[in-house]
Design a protein around this ligand. Structure first.
Ligand code: PHE
Length: 357
């Protein structure tokens, strides 16, 4: 019995893994193991012999079983240690740099414009990019024969023959949002409407799709003076130049009366454009007092209400502010250009936090 004990305890101590341990268990204390065979021999013994051999065999069996259990636990601990060593990870290492997207200058400038006008009490309105020619033209006092329709290089939606729904166009300006907003919310109102507009035109300063922001303020006694103040406040905040000079030039739009185009002060030094200094002028927007016909189209009574409107090219002012020479680059999706002119995604422009980088 002592031999058996020595043999199995040392084999258990040497077992390399759980499979080897299981083999040892079967050979020692399994149903056909050596200890079981010895137990069978008990029947052939005299009662006296049996009285010492029986308990001794049971003790041997217990001892081998507990040696097996202890070894099994030790093997499992070792396996876990091994795994922890293999999967070790230094969580204090710095993160790997990943290519990160940037905010497109048009989105950035739209946010800047929105922040400035929001501070002056304007909320943001939107309208569809595909609109009826009534909203895009007629409601804005541009009847069918009006030359402005031809000047706008309008994209008309295709209509199958016999389809007599009203003609739809890709909106040529954001002005139809004036009508939609008045129809829905009436007067008074103070909104801006940024968004995409479309005209069939393509060169260094024109793309078939570009961005405008419309402004509309209606109340009982709004005047050109309010328009001038709002725009001057806007330009000073946007270009971050105090006391920037503006020039209002008499102009004509069918939907405003009187109408003015607005220029801002600039200079060209060594081919570099500087905003807010010098004696040059750059045209940046069209504006005026909303025409009574337009108020009526929107369901607003021109005897009670009056207001101003303006339309400004977002791409244009983005080019001026950030020194971008070619409008077409905005829409080329050139990654090198985007990395150069793009904005960090967490740089949300606010008046208190700073509008630009
Ligand atoms: N809609 C005009 C354009 O696209 C701009 C404008 C808007 C002018 C509002 C006056 C008032 O050119």
């Amino acid at each position: 019995m002592d031999d058996l004990k020595q043999k199995y305890l040392s084999r258990i101590a040497d077992a390399a893994d759980e499979a080897a341990l299981e083999d040892i268990r079967l050979a020692a204390v399994g149903k056909k193991g050596e200890v079981a065979l010895k137990m069978r021999e008990l029947g052939k013994m005299s009662p006296e012999e049996r009285q010492t051999a029986g308990p001794a065999l049971n003790a041997l069996k217990d001892e081998i079983n507990s040696a097996l259990a202890a070894k099994k636990e030790a093997l499992m601990d070792a396996a876990l240690d091994e795994r922890l060593r293999g999967e070790w990870l230094d969580v204090t290492l710095p993160g790997r740099a990943r290519p990160m997207g940037t905010i497109h200058p048009i989105s950035q400038v739209t946010e800047e414009v929105t922040a400035i006008f929001a501070d002056m009490g304007f909320s943001v309105a939107e309208g569809p990019q595909i609109d009826t020619d009534w909203y895009n033209f007629d409601a804005l006092n541009i009847p069918g024969h009006h030359p402005a329709r031809a000047e706008m290089d309008t994209f008309y939606m295709h209509r199958a023959e016999g389809d007599d729904r009203p003609p739809h166009v890709l909106r040529t300006h954001t002005s139809p949002v004036q009508i939609r907003h008045m129809e829905k919310h009436g007067a008074p109102c103070r909104i801006i409407a940024p968004g995409r507009v479309y005209r069939a035109d393509y060169d260094q300063t024109h793309t078939p799709m570009f961005n405008q922001v419309e402004g509309l303020a209606i109340d009982r006694d709004i005047s050109m003076a309010n328009l001038k103040w709002v725009l001057e406040e806007f330009f000073a905040a946007f270009f971050e130049v105090d006391g920037i000079k503006t020039r209002f030039r008499a102009s004509h739009f069918p939907f405003t009366e009187p109408s003015a185009e607005v220029d801002i002060q600039c200079s060209w030094v060594d081919g570099q454009l500087k905003i807010g200094e010098g004696d040059g002028w750059l045209e940046v927007l069209g504006s005026g007092m909303v025409h009574p016909h337009v108020l009526r189209s929107g369901g607003v009574d021109p005897e009670q209400w009056q207001g101003f409107a303006f339309g400004m090219g977002i791409d244009r002012i983005a080019m001026l502010k950030y020194g971008i020479p070619d409008l077409r680059a905005f829409f080329d999706s050139d990654l090198r250009w985007l990395r150069h002119y793009g904005f960090a995604s967490l740089d949300v422009p606010t008046l208190h936090g700073g509008l630009s980088r």
